[in-house]
Write a protein of this length. Structure first.
Ligand code: HEM
Length: 404
């Protein structure tokens, strides 16, 4: 039986609760509540196909309030539907889609290389966050001084690291959102007024001068949210890079295999993306009353698709809990079998426009980590993923010692 309300269960086991409950019931869906609101929870490839049907579901009003006050902000692309969504999404695909981010990747990779050449002790997650903050802000046309990097890196990281927290870190995330919105709105205002020299064609300039379907500029606050929708998630790639490091540290055979066969790197990072606990759930609302399996979903009713179990659906993957990069050799590429950054179509669904740059950076960083780190001589530390945290980063945030 599914619980009456699943909020506390999700707090206790955010990634696995939905899948475990589905397995117990013997279905890919169950009805329960989320923060007391009736919700149909979905898991698996077929359910994902249903969830991404834009004739059945919309996103307006689906994200919970606490995520709008932290991770997403208010008025961004995540809550749009139909033509307004497609139009705004085209902007994102133009900013960070295929072939648009080569300079950004190059700059970031050079900085990671330099980091791992300097002798000393490094907390990788924190160092990645600072490097990614510097390179994405530079590239986006909102460069930071050396002195600004630590605080801005913390501000952007708090937005995704503490968005799901239920203790004092929730306040940190809310405070970070307020500061980030204010800072980004200042950059948009600068670009519009010409007060500060803003590179024409840069991300900040493009967002500041972009017009909606009615020909209007975005409200300054919404433009700020969209600027942060480029900066924040780029910094969040740091967590995937730490998951890469944890995987290499705990799988010595994988390190050898990657050294022997660099072409394996793409399969390897896909397997990290498939298995890593990053975001737990995606939410949508029914446009009209509908049905999945035996569950009635009322008009405007909430559905939540789980990511962990969908990425491990037995109908799509053999031995889904086993870490096996070779599985990507024959992967069909079905966009509902792997949803770590959303599923379906990038232009018409809410699937992440940052998927290409995420993969490029993960591939390049994996090569550097393989070469530069002595995997047999890591400092003593706790490498267990913290499965209560979103993303489930290890407690020690991955420490390495670069020798003299
Ligand atoms: C750590 C790596 C990343 C992860 C785990 C991630 C994950 C996700 C997920 C789960 C979604 C929601 C999909 C849905 O609602 O159906 C999403 C959407 C989005 N992502 Fe990412 N993302 C990452 C990197 C990026 C990057 C690098 C960018 C941009 C530079 C980006 C920009 C966005 C935007 C703008 C959306 C909203 C798209 C829409 O509503 O149509 N993400 N991402």
């Amino acid at each position: 039986m599914a619980p009456f309300d699943s909020t506390l269960h999700l707090r206790r086991d955010p990634y696995r609760f939905v899948g475990k409950t589905c397995a117990k019931i013997g279905s890919d869906a169950f009805k329960s509540r989320l923060m007391l609101e009736p919700t149909v929870f979905l898991s698996g490839v077929e359910a994902a196909r249903f969830f991404y049907d834009t004739t059945v579901f919309k996103r307006h009003g689906a994200a919970p309030g606490f995520l709008k006050k932290t991770l997403f902000g208010e008025g961004g692309v995540q809550g749009l539907d139909d033509a307004a969504h497609r139009h705004r999404k085209a902007l994102f695909l133009d900013l960070v889609g295929p072939g648009r981010t080569d300079d950004l990747t190059r700059q970031t990779v050079a900085a990671i290389n330099a980091l791992l050449r300097k002798p000393g002790r490094i907390v990788l997650q924190d160092a990645f966050e600072r490097i990614l903050t510097r390179s994405v802000c530079d590239w986006a046309g909102t460069p930071l001084t050396d002195g600004e990097i630590p605080a801005h890196s913390r501000m952007l990281s708090h937005l995704f690291e503490h968005a799901g927290a239920v203790d004092h870190r929730q306040l940190l995330a809310r405070w970070a959102r307020k500061r980030a919105d204010r800072w980004a709105a200042g950059r948009i205002a600068d670009a519009r007024s010409g007060r500060a020299a803003t590179r024409t064609g840069s991300v900040v300039h493009r967002i500041a001068t972009w017009r909606d379907l009615e020909g209007n500029l975005l409200d300054e606050h919404v433009a700020a949210v969209e600027l942060l929708n480029v900066l924040r998630p780029f910094v969040a790639i740091s967590a995937f890079l730490t998951f890469v490091a944890v995987t290499l540290a705990t799988r010595p055979l994988e390190v050898s295999a990657l050294r022997l066969d660099p072409a394996r790197t793409m399969w390897f990072i896909q397997e990290v993306r498939r298995t890593a606990p990053f975001f737990p759930l995606l939410a949508a609302r029914a446009r009209a009353a509908t049905q999945w399996r035996k569950h009635h979903i009322a008009a405007n009713g909430l559905v939540a698709l789980e990511i962990w179990g969908t990425n491990r659906d037995h109908t799509a993957w053999n031995d889904p809990d086993v870490f096996r990069p070779e599985r990507f050799k024959d992967w069909s590429g079905d966009p509902f079998t792997m949803v770590p950054q959303g599923g379906g179509d990038h232009a018409n669904n809410h699937r992440c426009p940052g998927e290409w740059v995420t993969q490029d950076l993960m591939v390049a960083a994996t090569r550097i980590l393989i070469e530069r780190i002595d995997w047999r001589a890591l400092p003593d530390q706790n490498l267990d993923l913290n499965m209560f945290k979103l993303p489930a980063l290890p407690k020690d945030r991955f420490i390495v010692e670069v020798p003299n």
